[in-house]
Design a protein around this ligand. Structure first.
Ligand code: 6PG
Length: 251
């Protein structure tokens, strides 16, 4: 087990990581659908592409298990680019998954990264989340599933080392300046992430092995390693990591 009772599941490689994540996604979707509907925040970056491709595949056992008509898709973060830009998290998810499954377009809630006023886009996205959960009589952003990646520097979503978002306790969505990127990002905050029923990190590759060890086994210092700020209040946390990323975990 990892920090604070989180579960760490080590799989052989990135292909197995995709399959394990797809199984987890389908299981969460089935359970949530039995309660009325499934809400998920997708992760950005490159790691989830294998997962998204598998979820959409007619040749894999996951697509048919997911109630696409009752699935609401949100995003954990977005870059300051238009939706058709190569760096767009939305574009990657659309290409690998959303354009290939029968999800109603109105069920896909995109962060408007193209807005030159990132703060306004963050406030708009928060309003979207608040409206969605208010309609369900929920005062909290209780997503059924939040998918996250982790960078080699320990960032997650777009919560980077030294970011004021690490300590954000009110907002559900923020638009921090990221000095290392010399740009703003739009991101779910710890409050939104930690309200989820299930949070699943997907971590692959040797480049993240030391950071993963520090996050899971080292001292709690989320300002330095923002992934440590992810501690679901009532939900559960699962790390699905491949052998290369887990290399420093084995004592
Ligand atoms: C982003 C992501 C970010 C990502 C990590 C890991 O917009 O970049 O939200 O948090 O998950 O940087 O990225 P990779 O999967 O590409 O390693």
């Amino acid at each position: 087990m990892g920090r604070t009772g989180s579960e760490v599941r080590v799989v052989a490689d990135s292909m197995e990581l995709g399959r394990a994540a797809a199984e987890e996604f389908a299981r969460c979707a089935e359970e949530a659908a039995a309660r009325g509907g499934f809400s998920v925040a997708l992760a950005g970056g490159s790691t989830p592409r294998e997962l998204y491709t598998l979820l959409a595949s007619e040749d894999a056992p996951f697509r048919a298990r997911i109630p696409w008509g009752r699935t609401q898709v949100f995003f954990g973060d977005e870059r300051p680019v238009p939706p058709d830009h190569p760096d767009s998290n939305y574009r990657m998810a659309r290409e690998a998954l959303l354009s290939r499954v029968p999800i109603p377009p109105s069920n896909v809630h995109r962060i408007r990264g193209e807005d030159p006023d990132a703060g306004a886009a963050a406030r708009e996205y928060e309003a979207t989340l608040r409206s969605f959960f208010a309609s369900a009589g929920e005062p909290r952003p209780g997503l059924d599933l939040v998918l996250l990646g982790m960078g080699p520097d320990g960032h997650t979503a777009s919560i980077f080392p030294g970011s004021e978002v690490v300590r954000e306790e009110t907002l559900w969505v923020a638009a921090p300046w990221v000095e290392t990127l010399r740009s703003r990002r739009i991101t779910l905050t710890p409050k939104a992430i930690n309200a989820a029923a299930r949070v699943v990190f997907l971590v692959s590759g040797a480049a993240k092995a030391e950071t993963l060890r520090a996050v899971l086994r080292g001292p709690h210092r989320p300002d330095v390693l923002p992934a440590q700020v992810v501690r679901p209040e009532r939900g559960t946390l699962l790390w699905i990591v491949d052998g290369a990323a887990a290399a420093r975990l084995r004592s």
